[in-house]
Design a protein around this ligand. Structure first.
Ligand code: SF4
Length: 146
Protein backbone atom coordinates (compact mmCIF):
# COMPACT_ATOMS: atom_id res chain seq x y z
CA UNK A 1 0.00 0.00 0.00
CA UNK A 2 2.84 2.41 0.97
CA UNK A 3 4.67 1.51 -2.26
CA UNK A 4 1.61 2.56 -4.29
CA UNK A 5 1.33 5.84 -2.33
CA UNK A 6 5.02 6.63 -3.01
CA UNK A 7 4.62 5.81 -6.68
CA UNK A 8 1.64 8.18 -7.02
CA UNK A 9 3.37 10.97 -5.11
CA UNK A 10 6.56 10.58 -7.24
CA UNK A 11 4.46 10.63 -10.41
CA UNK A 12 2.74 13.84 -9.28
CA UNK A 13 6.09 15.51 -8.51
CA UNK A 14 7.49 14.40 -11.88
CA UNK A 15 4.42 15.73 -13.74
CA UNK A 16 4.54 19.07 -11.93
CA UNK A 17 8.23 19.58 -12.71
CA UNK A 18 7.85 18.51 -16.34
CA UNK A 19 4.82 20.65 -17.03
CA UNK A 20 4.17 23.52 -14.60
CA UNK A 21 0.74 25.13 -15.00
CA UNK A 22 0.65 28.86 -14.47
CA UNK A 23 -2.08 31.24 -13.42
CA UNK A 24 -1.65 34.90 -14.31
CA UNK A 25 -3.16 37.67 -12.18
CA UNK A 26 -2.87 41.45 -12.56
CA UNK A 27 -3.32 43.02 -9.16
CA UNK A 28 -3.29 46.64 -10.35
CA UNK A 29 -0.57 47.23 -12.96
CA UNK A 30 -0.69 49.23 -16.20
CA UNK A 31 -1.05 46.12 -18.45
CA UNK A 32 2.45 46.50 -19.91
CA UNK A 33 3.70 43.36 -18.16
CA UNK A 34 0.48 41.50 -19.04
CA UNK A 35 1.08 42.06 -22.73
CA UNK A 36 4.57 40.58 -22.36
CA UNK A 37 3.11 37.55 -20.57
CA UNK A 38 0.52 37.06 -23.32
CA UNK A 39 3.28 37.17 -25.91
CA UNK A 40 4.69 34.01 -24.28
CA UNK A 41 1.73 32.15 -25.78
CA UNK A 42 2.39 33.34 -29.33
CA UNK A 43 4.30 31.16 -31.84
CA UNK A 44 7.32 33.46 -31.45
CA UNK A 45 7.97 32.45 -27.81
CA UNK A 46 5.76 29.36 -27.59
CA UNK A 47 6.19 28.45 -23.89
CA UNK A 48 4.27 25.21 -24.38
CA UNK A 49 7.45 23.74 -25.87
CA UNK A 50 8.78 23.77 -22.26
CA UNK A 51 5.59 22.15 -20.97
CA UNK A 52 4.38 25.45 -19.47
CA UNK A 53 0.62 25.73 -19.73
CA UNK A 54 -1.44 28.82 -18.93
CA UNK A 55 -4.36 27.82 -16.75
CA UNK A 56 -7.48 29.79 -15.91
CA UNK A 57 -8.49 28.03 -12.69
CA UNK A 58 -6.49 28.46 -9.47
CA UNK A 59 -7.41 24.91 -8.51
CA UNK A 60 -5.35 23.53 -11.40
CA UNK A 61 -2.35 25.87 -11.15
CA UNK A 62 1.14 25.29 -9.72
CA UNK A 63 2.61 28.78 -10.16
CA UNK A 64 0.87 32.11 -9.58
CA UNK A 65 2.36 34.83 -11.79
CA UNK A 66 1.53 38.30 -10.48
CA UNK A 67 1.89 41.58 -12.31
CA UNK A 68 1.31 45.02 -10.85
CA UNK A 69 1.34 46.25 -7.25
CA UNK A 70 -1.22 45.12 -4.69
CA UNK A 71 -4.05 47.63 -4.41
CA UNK A 72 -6.33 47.82 -1.39
CA UNK A 73 -9.26 46.94 -3.66
CA UNK A 74 -7.72 43.75 -5.06
CA UNK A 75 -6.09 42.53 -1.83
CA UNK A 76 -8.90 40.16 -0.67
CA UNK A 77 -9.36 38.73 -4.19
CA UNK A 78 -5.65 38.01 -4.63
CA UNK A 79 -5.52 36.30 -1.23
CA UNK A 80 -8.59 34.19 -2.07
CA UNK A 81 -7.06 33.11 -5.39
CA UNK A 82 -3.78 32.21 -3.67
CA UNK A 83 -5.65 30.16 -1.06
CA UNK A 84 -7.46 28.23 -3.80
CA UNK A 85 -4.21 27.01 -5.40
CA UNK A 86 -3.36 23.54 -4.05
CA UNK A 87 -0.09 22.93 -2.20
CA UNK A 88 2.73 22.92 -3.13
CA UNK A 89 2.49 26.28 -4.88
CA UNK A 90 4.88 28.98 -5.97
CA UNK A 91 4.56 32.73 -6.59
CA UNK A 92 6.44 34.64 -9.27
CA UNK A 93 6.46 38.46 -9.14
CA UNK A 94 6.81 39.83 -12.68
CA UNK A 95 7.69 43.50 -13.20
CA UNK A 96 9.00 46.23 -10.94
CA UNK A 97 5.48 47.01 -9.70
CA UNK A 98 4.89 43.50 -8.37
CA UNK A 99 8.44 43.36 -6.94
CA UNK A 100 8.24 46.60 -4.99
CA UNK A 101 5.23 48.71 -5.97
CA UNK A 102 7.28 50.36 -8.74
CA UNK A 103 5.95 53.62 -10.14
CA UNK A 104 2.78 53.24 -8.05
CA UNK A 105 4.65 53.23 -4.71
CA UNK A 106 3.35 55.74 -2.23
CA UNK A 107 -0.11 56.09 -3.79
CA UNK A 108 -2.94 56.17 -1.25
CA UNK A 109 -4.47 52.82 -2.34
CA UNK A 110 -1.24 50.88 -2.92
CA UNK A 111 -0.10 48.30 -0.40
CA UNK A 112 3.23 47.72 -2.19
CA UNK A 113 4.76 44.70 -3.92
CA UNK A 114 3.19 41.23 -3.93
CA UNK A 115 5.36 40.19 -0.98
CA UNK A 116 3.35 42.53 1.24
CA UNK A 117 0.54 39.98 0.96
CA UNK A 118 1.92 36.63 -0.31
CA UNK A 119 5.19 34.71 0.04
CA UNK A 120 7.08 35.36 -3.23
CA UNK A 121 9.49 32.68 -4.49
CA UNK A 122 11.08 34.65 -7.31
CA UNK A 123 11.25 38.27 -8.46
CA UNK A 124 11.69 39.38 -12.08
CA UNK A 125 12.22 43.16 -12.18
CA UNK A 126 11.76 45.27 -15.33
CA UNK A 127 9.28 47.79 -16.67
CA UNK A 128 8.02 45.87 -18.46
CA UNK A 129 9.91 42.57 -18.29
CA UNK A 130 11.01 41.11 -21.60
CA UNK A 131 9.36 37.77 -22.49
CA UNK A 132 12.79 36.07 -22.48
CA UNK A 133 13.37 37.08 -18.85
CA UNK A 134 9.92 35.80 -17.86
CA UNK A 135 10.64 32.41 -19.50
CA UNK A 136 14.05 32.35 -17.80
CA UNK A 137 12.40 33.10 -14.43
CA UNK A 138 9.82 30.32 -14.84
CA UNK A 139 12.52 27.81 -15.82
CA UNK A 140 14.64 28.83 -12.80
CA UNK A 141 11.60 28.38 -10.57
CA UNK A 142 11.12 24.89 -12.04
CA UNK A 143 14.77 24.20 -11.12
CA UNK A 144 13.95 25.32 -7.56
CA UNK A 145 10.96 22.95 -7.54
CA UNK A 146 13.37 20.11 -8.36
S1 SF4 B 1 6.36 47.17 -14.15
FE1 SF4 B 1 6.00 48.82 -15.70
S2 SF4 B 1 4.96 47.76 -17.39
FE2 SF4 B 1 4.80 46.40 -15.60
S3 SF4 B 1 2.81 46.90 -14.66
FE3 SF4 B 1 4.39 48.19 -13.66
S4 SF4 B 1 4.40 50.12 -14.81
FE4 SF4 B 1 3.35 48.59 -16.07
Amino acid sequence: MNKNKNFISNALVWARKSSPWILHFNSGGCNGCDIEILSLLTPRYDVERFGILKESSPRHADILICTGPVTEQVKPRLKRIYDQIPEPKWVLAVGSCSCSGGVFSGAYNILGGIDKLLPVDMYIPGCPCRPETIIDGIMKLVELMR
